[in-house]
Design a binder for this molecule. Structure first.
Ligand code: FES
Ligand code: FES
Length: 159
């Protein structure tokens, strides 16, 4: 059954008429053209699909769109822009933190949610926070370095 609902995605309000059981990931990618969030497993086991729902990192592969009317979604496209990268995006570039990059949008989202609550984390705390995000390329050491760098850069900006 289709459902009419309103969704704020990356600051833009969308009126959608989609099956209420459609996964949020499907709506983002195939209705709104936001391809940054990735499909990995579809089973809440890899983190490639993570987005922020009202600021909280969540799997979009399993979240039915019908449960989200009126909510605010942030995808990796909403973190920064090509002209003004988010400090996490800049740090991932600086540290060359990805290889294939498939996992990175989910990891950037998870890291953003984590740093919002813990701006001065240890490496171990970051590793624990990203435990649900798999990287098949084994880039985790560089990813952890990048998140530590982004946290330091963000603290410096605030100081
Ligand atoms: S695609 Fe959602 S957790 Fe893997
Ligand atoms: S960089 Fe390839 S899966 Fe993480």
């Amino acid at each position: 059954m289709n459902e009419c609902l309103t969704l704020n995605v990356n600051g833009q309000v969308h009126e959608l008429d989609v099956p209420s059981s459609a996964p949020l990931l499907d709506v983002l990618r195939n209705h709104l053209g936001l391809k940054g969030s990735r499909y990995g497993c579809g089973l809440e086991q890899c983190g490639a699909c993570m987005v922020l729902i009202d600021g909280v990192a969540a799997y979009s592969c399993s979240r039915e769109i019908g449960t989200l009317s009126g909510r605010t979604i942030t995808t990796v496209e909403g973190l920064g822009s090509a002209d003004a990268l988010h400090p996490l995006q800049q740090a991932f570039l600086d540290e060359q933190a990805g290889q294939c990059g498939y996992c990175l949008s989910g990891i950037l989202i998870a890291a953003k949610a984590f740093l919002d609550h813990n701006p001065d984390p240890t490496r171990a705390e970051i590793a624990a926070a990203l435990d649900a995000n798999l990287c098949r390329c084994g880039s985790h050491p560089r990813i952890l370095r990048a998140v530590l760098k982004a946290a330091a850069d963000m603290r410096e900006k605030v100081a």
